[in-house]
Ligand binder design. Structure first.
Ligand SMILES: C[S@@+](CC[C@H](N)C(=O)[O-])C[C@H]1O[C@@H](n2cnc3c(N)ncnc32)[C@H](O)[C@@H]1O
Length: 283
């Protein structure tokens, strides 16, 4: 009994091989956690799941001005969640496609589109597998989703973007900066019903182990969730970037960096900003 517990604790605390597992679907589509995620998205006062409402409105304002968004602009919002950006862009006349694998968030997004009398196509799929005959003037990936992917997945997603852009179209995405990487620490902790029951409706012990991969500038927050009858593991990978590493990745996929900013609301780039955002085009 004691040895079994020892082995389990060893597994919990063992440093995994970098990008060894991709569990995003478990986090975003599990019926219990996706409900919690939607509540975070819709809480206009917190920067969890989506940014605060004030930021989203500023961001849409900036996007509209920067890309001349108006009637007929074709936009794809990858990882659109409950459509907080998609809806606002559609309200300005854009033809918006939102892509996400969270049914719960998409149901909310569809209800909103109906309420506002807007036609938005919401596609339920893993965005790495997205395929459409539509071509877009603007492709968005907002709230650092790019960072959750392995280098191979990022190249795959950039290829999906390339395939679906109109000639001259642009991609806008944001990422965590190296400044933020420096502030992360390796920690291990556990709590009963960790994060106020976020992970399960059943009683559980939640362990979080944060591992830093210094050379690769990657952090893993690994959650191990132990209920009476099962153990689940959720791996949240985060790749941190600087201007060069982000531009180089885009270049590798055939993009040219047009502008680097501090966020997707148009703030000027700063070395000490926690995030950076990029505008890129093919060629
Ligand atoms: C951090 S949230 C950001 C939502 C939205 N962009 C915003 O800022 O309000 C990430 C979203 O991407 C979705 N997502 C993550 N990985 C995905 C994948 N591989 N395929 C489709 N959707 C994904 C999640 O379901 C979630 O809605």
């Amino acid at each position: 009994m004691t040895q079994t517990l020892f082995r389990q604790l060893e597994r919990i605390n063992q440093r995994p091989k970098i990008f060894c597992r991709y569990t995003a679907a478990d986090l975003w589509t599990d019926p219990h956690t996706s409900k919690q995620m939607l509540a975070f998205h819709l809480n206009s006062e917190v920067d969890l799941s989506s940014r605060k409402l004030e930021f989203i409105e500023r961001s849409v304002e900036w996007l509209a001005a920067r890309f001349g968004i108006g009637s007929g602009t074709a936009i794809a919002d990858f990882g659109c969640g409950p459509g907080l950006y998609a809806q606002r862009l559609a309200n300005r006349g854009a033809c918006v496609t939102g892509i996400d694998f969270s049914v719960h968030s998409l149901n909310y997004a569809r209800e909103q589109a109906h309420k506002y009398g807007t036609e938005i196509e919401y596609v339920e799929t893993d965005y790495l597998e997205f395929s459409s005959t539509k071509r877009f003037d603007l492709i968005l990936l907002i709230m650092c989703d790019f960072c959750a992917l392995s280098p191979e997945q990022r190249q795959r997603l950039l290829w999906v973007f390339r395939t679906h852009l109109q000639p001259g179209g642009a991609v806008v995405l944001d990422a965590h900066s190296l400044q933020s990487f420096e502030q992360r620490e390796q920690v291990a902790s556990y709590a009963f019903n960790q994060l106020d029951g976020f992970w399960s409706a059943k009683a559980y012990y939640g362990f979080v182990n944060t591992f830093k991969y210094e050379a690769e500038k990657v952090v893993l927050d690994k959650y191990t969730l132990v209920t009476e009858d099962e153990t689940r593991e959720v791996y949240n990978w985060l790749q941190y970037f600087d201007r060069n590493s982000l531009s180089q990745e885009l270049e590798r996929a055939g993009f040219t960096t047009e502008e680097i900013l501090a966020d997707v609301a148009g703030a000027q780039y700063r070395d000490d900003a926690p995030e950076l955002a990029v505008v890129a085009r093919v060629g």
